[in-house]
Design a protein around this ligand. Structure first.
Ligand SMILES: Nc1nc2c(c(=O)[nH]1)N[C@H]1C(S)=C(S)[C@@H](COP(=O)(O)O)O[C@H]1N2
Ligand SMILES: [Mo]
Length: 247
């Protein structure tokens, strides 16, 4: 037991006889900790995909969260939705689900939410820390009810590069990871258009291009083969980017 007095007398407290016992105790604890570290390391080998990404404090938030890639879908439809504050926007959830969903932003924002301050890493060599608020993807998938045959979740976006729509996909490990959220808030405000309004994916264990912005549809599929170019994402199809971009 360390009494409050030991703390008050600071360093001198270490010379008190009672602290002999503390020291021995510490050595013993150190041994335990070493054993614990070994177990953890072994466990990591099999459970790494489930580990949490580091979360940061408010003091770490980047003053500006740099927008990248498309900073606004160019369609008249999107302009109209944005003008109306996205009141007419709907997120469709379909594919290999028991119940297809069509959800408004208000409905999504009224579900149990999660806020997390994380670092975004772009392959182009920049990072930014932001505080994201959104609904866990797991929650929506549970509402829709995934069918047995579902293996991947595909995110369809409202923007395109030339003729090709932006899209991305993840497996079910990332889909049900507790930090995988559909974010509608950034740093305590509504998600800005440049960062993917009204809703964008945060999949914190992967690189920036996996974090699909401007979502309009989430589709559960058994295989990625039939989806667009078949490699699971816009960059994967067009520029040979890795489908699994773990960090
Ligand atoms: N729909 C869509 N999602 C996207 C992109 C995009 O151009 N369109 N760019 C990706 C890339 S490369 C990065 S680094 C991040 C950038 O997110 P930000 O604009 O919030 O910085 O979004 C990703 N998701
Ligand atoms: Mo990126």
């Amino acid at each position: 037991m360390i009494s409050r007095r030991h703390f008050l007398i600071g360093g001198a407290g270490l010379l008190l006889p009672g602290c002999d016992r503390l020291d021995r105790n510490d050595t013993f604890k150190e041994g335990l900790r070493a054993a614990e570290r070994l177990t953890m390391a072994a466990q990591r080998l099999v459970t790494d995909r489930h580990a949490l990404a580091r979360e940061y404090g408010p003091e770490d938030i980047s003053p500006v969260f740099r927008p990248n890639g498309n900073v606004m879908p160019q369609s008249p439809d999107y302009a109209r939705l944005a003008e109306g504050g996205f009141a007419d926007w709907r997120l469709r959830v379909d594919g290999l689900v028991e119940r297809s969903l069509s959800l408004s932003l208000a409905q999504i924002a009224s579900m149990p939410r999660r806020t997390q301050t994380t670092r975004h890493d772009c392959v182009e060599g920049w990072s930014a820390i932001g505080r994201w608020t959104g609904v866990p993807l797991a929650r929506l998938l549970d509402l829709a009810g995934l069918r047995e045959s579902a293996r991947f979740i595909v995110f369809h976006c409202m923007d395109r590069f030339g003729a090709l729509p932006y899209y991305e996909s993840i497996d079910l490990i990332d889909a049900f990871h507790p930090q995988t959220i559909l974010a509608f808030g950034l740093n305590g405000r509504r998600l800005p258009i440049a960062n993917g309004a009204p809703l964008r994916l945060r999949v914190e264990r992967q690189l920036g291009y996996k974090h699909a912005k401007y979502l309009e549809r989430i589709e559960a599929v058994a295989s990625l083969e039939g989806v667009h170019g078949g490699r699971g994402g816009y960059w994967e199809d067009s520029n040979d980017y890795e489908w699994y971009a773990g960090i």
